[in-house]
Each structure stands twice: as C-alpha cells, then as structure tokens.
Design a protein around this ligand. Structure first.
Ligand code: 5AD
Ligand code: SF4
Length: 443
C-alpha cells in the first residue's frame, strides 16, 4: 500500500481541503504517513496570506528534494494558495516538483494523480468560480468536523491576497450542505464548524431564496447534531438576524470570531474594511447582550502603511473596551497584487514588532481576567480524547472553544458531552473535574 505525507499551513479552509485530498488518496489505496521519508507522495498545502508562511514553502520543498534525490520515484506536489498564485512558476523554479494544483483543482485531484503516476509533470490552477459542488467525503474519525458553505471573497480589503488566490464568492447549495452534515453525523460527528471566508454573504449567488441565518435554522433541524459553529464573519455583513439566530438556536455555540483589524477609523478606511469602530462596537454590544456567555475573538494587523502611534493607541483602546477572550495579531506584510502593496510600507519593522508585543501583552491581561470567570462554574465539554499519560484525564472543548482538560473516574469516549466543574484556568487550557465524579473524588 502506498503512503502519502501531507503538510498543511494556514487557515481552516486549507485543513478542510487537506482532509478532502487525503480522502482522494485513500480511494487510490494510499494511507497517510506522519513523515515524508517513508512516503511515496508528499504534498504541501500552502498559505500566502503573509510573507512568512509563503517563505516556509521554499524551505519545505528543499527538505523534500533531499528525499527525491535518494528516491526518484518519490512524488512532490504543491497545492493551496501559493500554488494558485505561482502556478507553473513552481514547476520551473523547482525542477523536482511533480505537480502544482490550485485552490479549485482539488476537485480534479484524481485525474492529476493518474497523470503524475504516469510520469507527467502537471500544473492545474484553473479557476472558474462558477459553482462549488463538493461530494461528501470521509474524514479521519473525530467528533467535530469542518463543512465548507462558501468560498472566495469579494471584499478586497486592501492588504489581503485572498480574493486573488481563492477567487470570488461562491456558495454551496443548501441541500448539499445538509446532506454532508447528515453524512458526518452518521459517521459519529457531533459538532460542525461551517467554513467560508465570509460566511455572512452565504447564498448571494444562489438561485434559492436563502441567506446565512436561514441556513443556520435549516441546519438546526438536523437530528443528532449537538453543536454548531462558524468562521469567519465580516463585521460589515454580520447582521442582527445572525445575532438573533445565535441567541435562539441552542446548538450554536457562544463563540464569535469577528476580525476588527484596527481600532482606528482612518486605518479601517485605508484597509477598505467598510465599517467604522462605532458600528463594530454596537454590533458587539448587541451580541454580548443577547448571547450570555459569549466569547469573542478577533484578528488585528499592526503597522499597516501610515499607522501612527495614535492609530495604534486606538487599537489598544478597542482591545481593552471590547474584551476579546482571544485574538490573533500580525505584523502587516505587503502582498503582491494588492492595493496596499502600492502604499509605502511606512512603519519600521522594529516598530511593528514593538506594537505587536504591546498588543499581545495588553491582550494577555484581558484573557487572564476573562478566564478567571470560568473558575468554579460548570462547562459543557465535548470530549475529543484522552491523555496518553494519565487514563483518568480527558480533553475536550467547552462551548466557547477553549480546551478543557479534566479528571473523570467514569470511563468516557470521544464524542461524549459531559458537565465539568472548572477548577483552574491557564491561558492554553482550562482544568476541571467531571461533575458526575465529584462526590467520589471528594470521598
Ligand atoms: N499582512 C498581515 N496580516 C494579514 N492578514 C491578512 N492579510 C494580511 C497581510 N497582508 C491577517 C488578517 C486576517 C487574517 C486571516 O490574516 O488579520 O483577518
Ligand atoms: Fe481578505 Fe478582507 Fe476577504 Fe477577509 S474579508 S478574506 S481579510 S479580503
């Protein structure tokens, strides 16, 4: 039996694509390999959202080249956003790469594998963006799964490469989404995360009369589904209706990732984000009011061209005011072909680093404060696995998407949902005790 090594960089969409890729390889009789050295195929699923992950691709290809020199039958493929962006250039720059497939070509992977097995070198980066139809596919066993509902982005934030490498927004038909979720539930899944670059635009290109909140209500009816999540929402499209659906649908978890990017209206305008801080903060207030226990998360960019100390202080104030439980922050990185690339990258790298550090320090204090609120309260935990070191320690996630490690005398399995009393809160995980076992533990 052949083996395939697949390394994934970047976002959840890439993880989802990697799961699809593995399922195609499985149909060909390949099994996954943890290391490239013992594999017959290696694929890199790449990310180009910032310069750093993009650079990693060349070093990873270099590592795989060494294996190919020893074993000429070893096949190397590159897919994902760098593949989409660079296309055939990868074949000419790296003569030992066998195939390059763009973000839409995952659909055609079987044909590509055939060609590669026949000794051809292939680059397929065609993008039609007309529709997306993804047949349901088998994943590695897990109680939670990703389901793509739309892909692409029409927003053209001035710093962002995504619209160029993932194409324009296209939604998947609701029947296909529902069928895929039912298929997953039949195979043991309890929690689904809906994926899209901009989930709130769901349905815009479809003939059906549907939008994102309507889709949420349809999915709610699926029996056996216990938890529902979604990423990512764009603040300009995140509507009151979505907030009310989050409030009214019990299955939707109390977690919202709503990237603000900057607290300065001037910078938001230059980023082409199409909202200002006040309108963002109003949506957050409504969401906090309507959805008790809501955990917020965000993305920020520091050092966008022209960002002054004052702009940066606006970002810091926003972080203090909104109180995210967690966030991702990045130094601005100019991306080829974007509008912002043409602006002078005015902020010195040293200043970017200082701002990033300050932002993360401010956030750590906010996170610590919020995490303390979990202590001595109960959390609903969906079990994902067991500790390898101690068989009484289980691991899962609460509804706010925090990792919870907890003790249980009672034997439990992945996919079980239990009530855990939280006893300690660290930045990486909460710790607690299975409520049903608390009396036994006390004795
Ligand atoms: N530079 C830095 N960060 C970026 N992001 C997107 N493009 C860039 C860029 N050019 C960040 C945004 C986005 C997250 C996925 O990556 O914060 O929300
Ligand atoms: Fe990029 Fe903006 Fe689209 Fe997000 S909404 S993928 S940041 S262009």
């Amino acid at each position: 039996m052949g083996k395939v090594y697949l390394k994934t960089f970047g976002c959840q969409m890439n993880e989802y694509d990697s799961q699809r890729i593995l399922s195609v390889f499985r149909n060909y009789g390949f099994i996954p390999s943890e290391i490239p050295e013992t594999a017959d195929f290696a694929m890199l699923n790449t990310c180009s959202v910032r310069e750093k992950p993009q650079h990693k691709v060349s070093s990873e290809i270099g590592r795989l080249k060494k294996i190919k020199l020893k074993n000429p039958e070893f096949k190397i493929g590159v897919c994902g956003c760098v593949a989409q962006q660079e296309g055939e250039n990868i074949l000419s720059d790296f003569p030992y790469v066998d195939f390059v497939i763009g973000t839409e070509a995952v659909n055609r992977l079987d044909v590509i594998i055939d060609a590669v097995l026949n000794g051809e070198r292939v680059a397929d980066v065609e993008m039609k963006s007309e529709n997306i139809s993804i047949p349901a596919f088998r994943r590695e066993a897990s109680p939670s799964a990703y389901v793509t509902i739309m892909k692409g982005c029409n927003n053209y934030c001035s710093y962002c490469i995504v619209p160029y490498v993932r194409g324009s927004e296209v939604s998947r038909k609701s029947t296909e989404i529902i069928d895929e979720i039912k298929f997953l539930i039949d195979s043991g899944v309890k929690e689904v995360t809906l994926l899209g670059q901009n989930v709130n635009s769901y349905g815009k290109n479809l003939d059906e009369n549907i939008n994102f909140p309507k889709l949420l209500y349809m999915i709610d009816k699926i029996e056996g589904l216990k938890r529902l999540r979604f990423v990512t929402s764009h603040p300009k499209d995140f509507s009151r209706e979505v907030i009310f659906a989050m409030r009214d649908i019990d299955k939707i978890c109390e977690f919202l990732h709503l990237p603000l990017q900057s607290g300065s209206d001037r910078i938001l305008r230059n980023m082409n984000r199409k909202y200002d801080y006040i309108s963002y903060a109003e949506k957050i207030s409504l969401a906090k009011e309507e959805i008790p226990g809501l955990s917020l998360s965000s993305d920020f960019i520091v050092g966008f061209p022209g960002e002054t100390e004052k702009d940066f202080e606006d970002t810091i104030s926003a972080i203090k005011e909104i109180e995210y439980e967690s966030l991702f922050a990045f130094k601005y990185s100019p991306r080829p072909g974007t509008k912002a690339e043409k602006l002078d990258d005015t902020v010195d790298d040293k200043v970017k680093s200082e701002r990033l550090e300050k932002l993360l320090n401010v956030q750590s204090a906010v996170t610590d404060k919020l995490l303390n609120n979990y202590i001595d309260k109960d959390a609903e935990v969906l079990i994902e696995g067991k500790s390898k070191k101690d068989e009484k320690i289980y691991s899962g996630r609460n509804r706010q998407n925090r990792i919870v490690n907890f003790e249980s005398d009672k034997a439990l399995s992945p996919g079980d949902i239990v009530n855990v009393r939280i006893t300690d809160a660290k930045r990486n995980s909460l710790f607690g005790v299975n409520k049903e076992c608390m009396t036994t533990l006390k004795n």
